[in-house]
Design a protein around this ligand. Sequence first.
Ligand code: ATP
Ligand code: MG
Length: 248
Amino acid sequence: MIEVRGLHKSFGQLQVLKGVSLRLEHGKVLVIIGPSGSGKTTLLRCFNLLEIPDGGSLSIAGLELSFAGNVKLARKDILSLRQKSGMVFQSYNLFPHMTALGNVAEGQITVQKRSRKEAEKRGEVLLAKVGLSDKTGAYPHQLSGGQQQRVAIARAMAAEPEVLLFDEPTSALDPELVSEVLKVIRQLAAEGRTMIIVTHEMRFAADVADTLILMDQGVILEQGTPQQVLEQSENPRVRQFLNRIKGE
Ligand SMILES: Nc1ncnc2c1ncn2[C@@H]1O[C@H](COP(=O)(O)OP(=O)(O)OP(=O)(O)O)[C@@H](O)[C@H]1O
Ligand SMILES: [Mg+2]
């Protein structure tokens, strides 16, 4: 299970997260939507401590950390929490000088201390899972955006994290490549992977989410099933956001 309580994060004077609390059961999918600048990426980055919150607590699969602005976290706690989450970025962030297989194997060798042989064997299985068996030897510049993002998903899975974190995984892709990436994520959801996904793809969000959260100005405006949030919310700010994106 994943639980966040009273999470706060500021950048200088700017308060970006103003007390965010949520829970996610193992095997469930949480989707976060909301206007630009509402704090979605910051919240996601807090889950694997790419940003260190100023206050509140975070617990992933039994490991709980509390944050207070003036207390420095132990490096070993940061590393153990990071191992429990795998991040997939908007811009893939693959190593350009490594093949698809090399990218998926690398973290397993350096972080998980697996042998190269074992890491590559697992890498091949994961690349097959995302439909890239024929591209294991290709370098990122030889792959389409959708293929690169699927390599990034395989890489995030390689460490067997408790939760996969996706920050707008399709927003850098040409429209015709979006569906191949969403298909892989849907398949992972069907397999019961625990995932937290920030997306602007509303149909996908409604289909894949067990819980949908709408963030605005650093707080959760609404949360519930997609139907509760998208169809039944009476919060005027929720309706306003939904009407605006419908018009886009
Ligand atoms: N490292 C940083 N330093 C200073 N301000 C930051 C930093 N990261 C984010 N911010 C600010 O925090 C606010 C929230 O940013 P965040 O990236 O979390 O929004 P978002 O909801 O992901 O938006 P988008 O939909 O555009 O991706 C913004 O005002 C942003 O400018
Ligand atoms: Mg963002």
